[in-house]
Design a protein around this ligand. Structure first.
Ligand code: PLP
Length: 406
């Protein structure tokens, strides 16, 4: 029989433990580089000015109320989210072969896609995840009954992409495997394939009939350019792939807690594509209904206002450049400082990696020394959140890294 006493304690979430240790550290020098959210130069959360503007307009809009959204979410939001990720002139939109539902941010979108594949893929396939990947991928896909497989991704030696290893694994994967790909700003490494490498990945995936599942959590936040950060997805659509896309607006709108995201399924071109897409939409709606009934309205209303208003959209692009620009400055600043000190090792990966995170190459032992001796908090795998660096702590951090590396 089931009793409460039969439930063992779950292991502590490593990020949660890190945050707790940081909070409890009384030092005024402490630096939080574990955080997965943008911080301004004063280490404070940043409400995007365009989000504030949209928010004010929503508060003063007498036509809005607190009724349920539809199962698929706010239609103005999902259609704008579609255009943003595949491009407004995409054949997938024109040919009505992309269906989209609003989800509980990116996590909910990954989950909905995983659940859909688990129910409707005839073979219940393994899902191939990059090694390493965003830790939650493992739990989300396991929870919906998919088995996990890995492909090599990060080269410890070059601190860049292990392209040869990745290609070999995708080649060896069973025909028709599902491959999870980070669209840009790979979490946790900050390492992305080049456009040429993406083309080779696509070619190989087509020859093996693999199915891409894109996770896009950093569009516009990585390079500051929304089109550039969606290049890989647009290329795969152009190549006629069928695919899942999980899209988060947490980072690029700073709407973390509002849980704003979308799931898209793109069907392959062909005479029956629009009908297939409608069938898929109807099945996704049933899954959504059983899980959340209908998604939350607030964040989607904000994003929808910005995405559908050309003036606000421009302001958003400027806000994106503010965030990505500050992060790029921190990357350059850190590399310069380490090189100036002559810190042993090469540090060019700090600027060649992109997005919120950098895989520094620091060992677990070095990470632990940084924590105990320098009050610098990062995950054990040596990942730092660039957003945690600012002009007040970057010198101190460079000094700390220099000291543990020597
Ligand atoms: N996917 C990746 C790779 C991420 O890094 C994140 C957030 O850290 C997400 C998805 C989803 O985040 P959220 O559910 O907050 O949108």
């Amino acid at each position: 029989v089931f009793t409460a006493a039969t439930v063992a304690a779950a292991p502590e979430d490593p990020l949660f433990g890190l945050m707790k240790a940081y909070r409890e550290d009384p030092s005024d020098k402490k630096v939080d580089l574990g955080i997965g959210a943008y911080r301004d130069n004063n280490a404070k959360p940043w409400i995007l000015p365009v989000v504030k503007k949209a928010d004010d307009a929503i508060h003063n809009d007498p036509t809005l109320n607190h009724e349920y959204l539809s199962i698929g979410g706010l239609a103005d939001f999902t259609s704008a989210a579609q255009k943003l990720i595949v491009g407004a002139d995409s054949p997938a939109i024109r040919e009505k072969r992309i269906c989209s539902l609003q989800t509980i941010s990116g996590t909910g979108a990954v989950h909905l896609g995983g659940l859909f594949l688990s129910k409707f893929h005839p073979q219940k396939p393994a899902i191939y995840l990059s090694n390493p990947t965003w830790a939650n991928h493992n739990q989300i896909f396991t929870n919906v009954g998919l088995t996990l497989a890995k492909y090599p991704y990060f080269s410890v030696k070059t601190k860049g992409l292990d392209f040869t290893g990745m290609i070999a694994a995708l080649e060896a994967a069973p025909h028709g495997s599902v491959i999870l790909l980070h669209a840009c700003a790979h979490n946790p490494t900050g390492v992305d394939p080049t456009e040429d490498q993406w083309k080779q990945i696509a070619e190989l995936m087509r020859s093996r009939s693999h199915f891409p599942f894109f996770d896009t959590a950093y569009q516009g936040f990585a390079s500051g350019d929304l089109v550039r950060d969606s290049w890989a997805i647009r290329y795969f659509v152009e190549q006629g792939f069928e695919m899942c896309v999980a899209q988060s607006f947490a980072k690029n709108f700073g709407l973390y807690g509002e849980r704003t995201g979308a799931f898209h399924f793109v069907s392959a071109p062909g005479p029956d594509a629009a009908a297939a897409s409608a069938h898929i939409a109807s099945q996704l709606a049933i899954l959504q209904r059983s899980e959340i009934s209908n998604p939350p309205a607030y964040g989607a209303r904000i994003a929808s206002r910005v995405l559908n208003d050309p003036e606000l959209f421009k302001e958003w692009e400027a806000d994106l450049r503010t965030m990505s620009g500050r992060i790029l400055e921190m990357r350059q600043g850190l590399r310069e400082r380490l090189e100036k000190r002559g810190t042993p090792g090469s540090w060019d990966h700090i600027t060649s990696q992109i997005g919120m995170f950098s895989f520094t190459g620091l060992s677990e032992e070095q990470v632990m020394t940084l924590r105990s001796k320098w009050h610098v908090y990062m995950t054990k795998n040596g990942r730092i959140s660039m957003a945690g660096l600012n002009t007040n702590n970057i010198d101190y951090f460079a000094e700390a890294v220099d000291s543990v590396v020597r």
